[in-house]
Design a protein around this ligand. Structure first.
Ligand SMILES: C[S@@+](CC[C@H](N)C(=O)[O-])C[C@H]1O[C@@H](n2cnc3c(N)ncnc32)[C@H](O)[C@@H]1O
Length: 245
């Protein structure tokens, strides 16, 4: 193999694969994942002025996927301050096409105002309501009509039942070779009550357990472990699902 691009890519692929069995690296990452989640690290960042409740590593992986897939629609459940919607919209703006639809049960007025006046709003549509409400899903069906490449990100209520229902409702939107990303699977690996606040989700009741149940009866999706091995530091281990058929 003499093509230098191919050589670089092959070396990287091999390195990432090796990370998957590098126990000391994985232990260091686990220690950071645990301590940083307890310290609410994901709340420390903004994208183009809006708070984005994410880990930078996950967002770099999202950038790689969006560039590779070039979706004409991204559907995201869970808007909060709008940082992730604006991040995905800004990448689509650079690519030159695509829209993002965000769904949230509680779009706070101050957040709505900031998102609607943001320069990236031209590529964003927000829907107010619960992601698992049939009427909301019907609105999304209309927006997805005629779209050929669709990605889905689930980042709303993180209980097992809610995420499982979202997986059932939103997985069919994902087009072949595209991705369904389930955030906060990390909850399964964190100490119970790690946020120091009452949450309805926890160990054995979270996005990871929902993904496991979903995959028992769905062979269209496969966990892309190469993304986990690349990132190591992530709130979505085992949550990058590729639609393989
Ligand atoms: C973790 S935040 C989203 C963070 C955002 N994606 C980001 O990266 O900055 C979770 C959001 O989910 C919303 N949410 C909770 N239950 C929901 C539901 N049933 N349907 C839609 N959104 C919901 C909350 O209101 C909250 O804004």
């Amino acid at each position: 193999m003499s093509n230098p691009i191919q050589v670089f890519n092959e070396e990287r692929k091999q390195r990432i694969e090796n990370n998957g069995s590098n126990e000391s690296l994985k232990a260091a990452a686990k220690e950071f994942n645990t301590a940083s989640n307890i310290a609410h690290y994901s709340y420390n960042f903004s994208w183009m002025g809006r708070p984005i409740i994410q880990y930078p590593q996950d967002m770099l992986a999202m950038q790689e996927l969006i560039w590779e897939i070039k979706p004409d629609l991204i559907i995201e459940t869970g808007i909060a301050h709008g940082g992730s919607l604006i991040y995905y919209a800004s990448l689509m703006e650079l690519i030159g096409h695509g829209k993002v639809v965000g769904i949230d049960i509680d779009i706070r007025e101050h957040n709505r105002k900031e998102i609607e006046s943001h320069p990236m709003f031209k590529r964003i549509q927000m829907i107010s309501g619960s992601s698992i409400d049939q009427q909301i899903v019907e609105e999304v069906v209309k927006l997805a009509e005629g779209k050929t490449k669709i990605m889905v990100c689930l980042d709303s209520n993180h209980t097992h039942d809610h995420v499982l229902r979202e997986l059932q409702l939103y997985a069919p939107f994902v087009t072949p070779d595209s991705y369904l990303i389930v955030f906060d699977t990390i909850v399964e690996h964190l100490p119970e009550g790690y946020l120091g606040q009452q949450r309805p989700w926890g160990v054995a009741n979270n996005p990871q357990t929902a993904v496991e149940e979903f995959l028992k009866t769905n062979d269209q999706f496969k966990v892309d472990n190469s993304i986990d091995n690349k990132l190591l530091i992530s709130v979505a281990p085992g949550g990058y699902l590729k639609r393989i058929k």
